[in-house]
Design a protein around this ligand. Structure first.
Ligand code: TTP
Ligand code: MG
Length: 369
């Protein structure tokens, strides 16, 4: 058998990306049958259109009105005042997420949770062919639906990059299978925005040099792109060709912890910003403590009144585990932003580059069970 001759790591892999549909909103609908089938928006209080926060997510009924994640809640209200507006109930979603991840983990040779509602599964050993992988994906979808009453979308592909794009391709309740020979034809007509790492800025710079689809990017000269985008240029070309050799890797903690706050009124009051940074740092530190982790990087997020958003990070000389370090570093980073005319709408604090030792990982695993 050819499978016995070729070393396992060299064989084509079968990777799943699983992503729950309209996750927070779907959990709310599940908990409350009375709102099922109606447009549901989870996020900040809309305050009759005067609310200042954002939409966390909304169900597919609400998306028909044009509502999307990250949109100001006031805009959502304009688009659909009759929707059901609900606050974010994080502890509930975390509990549901844990149960779902437990189900998914069971089916994987290697498992990597990447967000509250998404995970990669390497099933190459369990499913030797794409046909058997397709059957396994259906089984997973059925079990999630039966046990947790939620739908998810799954992308099946030879690597993480393509699996991630595939899970997003048909949503909700989708299953998209991209065999190795289909990778190019699948990616090629898609807009470059579908590639992870390509945001609105990169998209518009690519458009200026005549590149709109992944297919066009795949054929671009890596050197031309290196001149335009530095080290990322050639990487974009590699991605556009559907190449990604990264492994599905178990992660023990969220890669970062953070909190943000939208001010009731846009502000230029430095003292208020400092006070807010202190509160956010304390809250962030509670999470850091809970996971007994050290952090290496502190990031400040700042959104001006015109929604222009900036982030600035500082990597510490040595890993820290203190609220004071978060406060001090975030305040230092804030200095870069002061002295403009623009008022500030939102401030956020984040720590990343988390380190844990082996014992702490074990501890965390036992807590999670
Ligand atoms: P997503 O998987 O991006 O979105 P979704 O599950 O709501 O919808 P779908 O996958 O069907 O497109 O994010 C998962 C959860 O993360 C989402 O339910 C709410 C939260 N979230 C935010 O709070 N803010 C955001 O800007 C985004 C994108 C998600
Ligand atoms: Mg989702």
């Amino acid at each position: 058998l050819i499978e016995n001759i070729i070393p396992v790591e060299k064989r084509e892999r079968r990777i799943f990306h699983v992503d729950l549909d309209a996750f927070f909103a779907a959990v709310e609908e599940r908990e409350n049958p009375a709102i099922r089938g109606k447009p549901v928006v989870v996020g900040a209080d809309p305050k009759e259109g005067k609310g200042r926060g954002v939409v966390s997510t909304c169900n597919y009924e609400a998306r028909k009105f044009g509502i999307r994640s990250g949109m100001p809640i006031s805009r959502a209200w304009k688009l659909c005042p009759q929707a059901i507006y609900l606050p974010v109930n994080m502890p509930l979603y975390e509990k549901v997420s844990e149960k779902i991840m437990k189900i998914l983990r069971k089916f994987a040779d290697k498992f990597e949770q990447v967000g509250i509602d998404e995970a990669f599964l390497d099933v190459s050993k369990t499913a030797r062919t794409f046909d058997s992988a397709a059957r396994l994906a259906k089984k997973i979808k059925e079990e999630v639906k039966r046990k947790e009453k939620l739908t998810c979308s799954i992308g099946v592909a030879p690597n993480k990059l393509v699996a991630k794009i595939a899970s997003d391709f048909r949503k909700p309740d989708g299953l998209t299978i991209i065999t190795p020979e289909k990778v190019r034809s699948f990616l090629s007509p898609l807009p470059v925005r579908k590639l992870p790492g390509v945001g609105p800025k990169t998209e518009s710079r690519l458009r200026q040099i005549g590149i709109e689809t992944i297919g066009q990017l795949a054929k671009a000269d890596p050197e031309d792109l290196a001149r335009e985008f530095g080290v990322w240029g050639p990487r974009f070309v590699v991605m556009a060709n559907g190449i990604d050799e990264s492994e599905v890797e178990e992660r023990y903690v969220a890669k970062s912890f953070g909190r943000q706050h939208t001010f009731e009124k846009d502000t230029d009051d430095v003292e208020l910003m400092h006070k807010t940074i202190e509160v956010l740092s304390n809250e962030t530190f509670e999470d850091v403590k809970r996971y007994a982790a050290f952090f290496k990087t502190v990031t400040l997020i700042l959104r001006y009144e015109n929604f222009e958003t900036h982030t600035r990070s500082k990597t510490l000389e040595s890993p820290a585990m203190s609220a004071e370090v978060i406060k001090k570093t975030a305040k230092e980073l804030l200095k870069d932003f002061l002295g403009t005319e623009k008022k500030v709408r939102l401030i956020g604090v984040r720590v990343s580059g988390l380190l844990m030792d082996h014992r702490q990982k074990k501890l965390l695993e036992s807590v999670k069970k």
